[in-house]
Ligand binder design. Structure first.
Ligand SMILES: [Zn+2]
Length: 107
């Protein structure tokens, strides 16, 4: 995927600290390649677990805006919201940089 131009430094992401309860996952649809910013809210969206080292689970159906395929994410966290494992059916997890490059206008 080296054909995207390096625009990350130009975009200068801001406001990361304005959303202390949000955990963002960036996903890409397997079928059409559309990218989606999926937000998990620590207060509302995580299911508490009481067995094993997994403390929270986030399950989410994510629909992209191009082909409307429903992707299913399941992410396991420990007590400190560190990600233990993550799975995505119908797509794949990408980095924030990949997401921003995909959203940037192509020249
Ligand atoms: Zn799609």
């Amino acid at each position: 995927m080296g054909f995207f131009k390096k625009l990350a430094s130009v975009l200068s992401p801001k406001g990361d600290n304005a959303d202390p309860y949000g955990i963002h996952f960036y996903v890409q649809c397997d079928r059409c390649g559309a990218v989606v910013d999926a937000r998990a809210d620590r207060r509302n969206d995580l299911s508490r677990q009481y067995e094993g080292e997994c403390a929270f689970v986030w399950r989410k159906g994510i629909m992209d805006a191009r082909c409307f395929q429903l992707m299913r994410a399941e992410v396991h966290f420990d007590e400190r919201y560190n990600i233990l494992s993550q799975e995505l059916t119908g797509g794949r997890f990408i980095t924030k940089e990949e997401y921003e490059q995909s959203k940037a206008p192509q020249t």
